[in-house]
Design a protein around this ligand. Structure first.
Ligand code: AMP
Length: 418
């Protein structure tokens, strides 16, 4: 079933969203992108005359805590929807069931954080540090068993299931995947956001216009190794940038001063270089960088060749020559994937490289390329530089997006398609 074709009139929909929004110390939402991203789905259901039970997680709670309560976002959600959203302060229990049952067309009920229950993720909690393997296995089996009841209960609130939480689609959790079993094919579907995300991923996986360039930045090569290896089979150009640069430079015998490095990944870096050569992929690394004498926005700075960083200095962003090289590659591309900044973009002094890359992607997109930006930090970059409208698609998924591009089947997607 597709959301466009489903008439929600008189129906109760359980909608799994990703409202895992950042909150400041006073519980003000500092970025509501994820909430706004789910609005088309929620509004369509209400416009049809349906009612909604919203399920989400917030943070990584280890049990019920005020800090991770979704009650903090109810006011803003009500404003965004133009409907007074009701709240059940426990996603299980009598109250949630009664409130769900009493929902009238046009009404919305938000459930408390699903992850207050270990059953949502299906992972045991509170295990003693010295627990034996048998104890661990028993705890896991117990939570998997109680997860069935938990999932069934969530499903019992509604007539149909809508998954609009791309950010958690790579997790086989109760509300993101297992719940789908309780609805037949005609009563489960993706939300509009999920549909768009899946279509965007398909474009870089299946419908590739070449040259295809991936720009992978961020701090560490270790956290992105799988996707990098996978991309080597797909792309024409692979720009590896950000902190991981220095692992590559050191592996090739360069001097990196105090730059961030993963000393246990030097061999891996050399393997990646060799594999790129073998597969005919143009591996692009920075040639110069902007260095700092301390990790701070007000550090003293200068430019230097990337393989000659003086002792006591660290590489914090790419330099002008690298910017020119990256820009040229990007402007010649027809498909572009960007994940991760070129430097410590949170400090304005070291954000130029990321801005230049973002602008080049915007220009290439204006010339007809398809560009997909994903992962928390690159999204923060395009937002910081006001470039979100200049790229083809900004994904709300970090881990989910990368896993999808690695070609993995995401449980949240599979569960709807089954
Ligand atoms: P990741 O979470 O792996 O995508 O990495 C993003 C983080 O990498 C950002 O917070 C950047 O500040 C950081 N980063 C990028 N370049 C560097 C660098 N040269 N040195 C230290 N951190 C960096």
């Amino acid at each position: 079933m597709t959301i466009d074709n489903f008439n929600f009139a008189g129906k109760k929909a359980f909608v799994r969203v990703d409202f895992n929004v950042p909150l400041d110390e006073n519980f003000n939402i500092t970025d509501d992108t994820r909430m706004r991203a789910a609005l088309p789905t929620l509004k369509k259901i209400l416009a049809d005359g349906g009612s909604i039970i919203i399920g989400s997680h917030l943070g990584r709670p280890k049990g019920a805590t005020d800090k991770f309560s979704l009650k903090h976002i109810i006011g803003h959600l009500s404003d965004l929807l133009g409907v007074e959203v009701q709240f059940a302060n426990d996603c299980m229990g009598e109250e949630a069931a009664l409130k769900a049952a009493a929902l009238q067309p046009g009404e919305v009920l938000m459930l408390e954080n699903l992850r207050f229950y270990a059953e949502e993720e299906g992972k045991p909690r509170g295990l003693a540090e010295d627990a034996t393997d048998e104890e661990k296995a028993a705890a896991k089996a117990a939570v998997k068993e109680s997860q069935k009841e938990f999932t069934k209960k969530l499903a019992s609130y509604a007539d149909c299931y809508v998954n609009d939480a791309f950010g958690t689609a790579h997790r086989a959790h109760a509300s993101t995947a297992l719940i789908a079993k309780y609805f037949d094919k005609d009563h489960k579907m993706f939300g509009f956001l999920m549909e768009k995300e899946v279509a965007a991923v398909d474009k870089v996986l299946k419908d590739i216009k070449r040259p295809f360039t991936a720009i992978m930045g961020g701090s560490k090569v270790s956290s992105k190794i799988e996707i990098i290896e996978n991309l080597l089979n797909k792309v024409d150009n692979l720009i590896l940038t950000g902190g991981m640069t220095y692992t590559f430079v050191k592996a090739q015998g360069g001097n990196i001063g105090n730059s961030i490095v993963e000393n246990d990944k030097l061999d891996l870096a050399l393997e990646i270089i060799a594999k790129a050569k073998e597969k005919g992929v143009n591996l692009v690394l920075a040639v110069d960088d902007k260095i700092a004498d301390k990790f701070a926005n007000d550090a003293n700075t200068k430019y230097c060749p990337v393989n000659n960083v003086p002792e006591g200095w660290m590489g914090m962003d790419i330099g002008p020559e690298s910017m020119a090289i990256f820009t040229k590659v990007i402007l010649e591309s027809k498909t572009i994937l960007w994940n991760g900044p070129t430097g410590v973009f949170e400090f304005d002094t070291f954000s130029t490289g990321s801005r230049v890359v973002g602008e080049a992607i915007g220009e290439a997109t204006g010339n007809g390329a398809f560009s997909l930006v994903g992962g928390g930090d690159s999204v923060a970059c395009v937002n910081k530089f006001g470039l979100a409208d200049n790229v083809s698609y900004v994904s709300t998924g970090g881990g989910a997006l990368l896993e999808a591009i690695e070609g993995k089947i995401l449980p949240g997607i599979a569960a709807i398609n089954e």
